[in-house]
Ligand binder design. Structure first.
Ligand SMILES: Nc1ncnc2c1ncn2[C@@H]1O[C@H](COP(=O)(O)OP(=O)(O)OP(=O)(O)O)[C@@H](O)[C@H]1O
Ligand SMILES: [Mg+2]
Length: 256
């Protein structure tokens, strides 16, 4: 079991209970989708898992080690194995830096890591960045460009390349395709799927779009008002016993 979350709650204020006794488990190499409407607590969960947000109640363990609610000293070690892709790549890619510099940041931070899918020996830093771009299906020439000179989909590919560069065992994606048009969304989902098969990383995929989740994920968790109302294997998505809210999400996705 790679990730175990037990009774996790998060209260921002008296009025806002963002997460309410959340429990779930994720196996190594599994892709779990977290789906729910706006404000249901998806990003809060992602941020807590990454140590970007504190929590008071519940426990999170990753390969048996506790992700402490407040202590940040373990964070660097944790970051080595857990990476994140956000909806908006502008928060990841510094507009003032050429792509190759942003791309190499994680590898520069963790010099001891050599990803198994990358042959880095004898390569210059820029060439390593080029290799990474090729892995996510981008032209090598883009290394010298700036984020402002890339399309949304291209920037998202760069963000993915950056996140997987240190071969994380867990990748948390928070609405990575939400700002993209449908064809590009599908391409990015395919890319994630392909990378997952290549590296066997565990993916936690956050989305309000149950179609995207069902394309990529083996398991689905449905969040509503901070609670998990349904949790199932993808093969069970059309089962009669699905929660009415899950059924409503499926129905809404069909009509859209
Ligand atoms: N930093 C914060 N301070 C106070 N309340 C917050 C904070 N961040 C989120 N919230 C509240 O917590 C609840 C859950 O927010 P969260 O961002 O986790 O939802 P979400 O499911 O990711 O929504 P979306 O689909 O719109 O991204 C919301 O009611 C939100 O207003
Ligand atoms: Mg969110």
């Amino acid at each position: 079991m790679s990730l175990v979350v037990e009774g996790l709650s998060k209260q921002y204020s008296k009025q806002v209970q963002a997460l309410n006794h959340i429990s779930f488990r994720v196996n190594e190499g599994e892709c779990i989708g977290i789906v729910g409407e706006s404000g249901s607590g998806k990003s809060t969960l992602g941020r807590i898992l990454l140590g970007l947000e504190t929590y008071k109640e519940g426990s999170i363990t990753y390969y048996g080690k506790t992700i402490a609610p407040r202590k940040r000293s373990d964070l660097r070690q944790f970051r080595k194995s857990v990476q994140m892709v956000f909806q908006d790549s502008t928060s990841t890619l510094n507009p003032k830096l050429p792509i190759w510099k942003s791309l190499l940041e994680p590898l520069d931070n963790f010099k001891e890591i050599t990803p198994s899918f990358l042959k880095v020996e004898g390569l210059t830093r820029k060439e390593i960045a080029q290799e990474l771009l090729e892995i996510v299906g981008l032209d090598k020439e883009m290394v010298d460009r700036y984020p402002g000179e890339l399309s949304g989909g291209q920037k998202q590919r760069v963000s993915i390349a950056r996140a997987i560069s240190i071969e994380p065992s867990l990748l948390v994606c928070d609405e990575p395709t939400a700002s993209l048009d449908v064809t590009v969304q599908v391409q990015i989902l395919r890319l994630l799927k392909e990378l997952q098969q290549k590296t066997n990383m565990t993916i936690l995929f956050i989305s309000h779009d149950i179609r995207a989740v069902s394309f990529l994920c083996d398991k689905v968790m449905v969040l509503k008002d901070g609670s998990i109302v349904d949790q199932f294997e993808l093969s069970e998505i059309y089962d009669e016993g699905r929660h009415p809210y899950t059924k409503a999400l499926i129905q809404a996705a069909k009509i859209e």
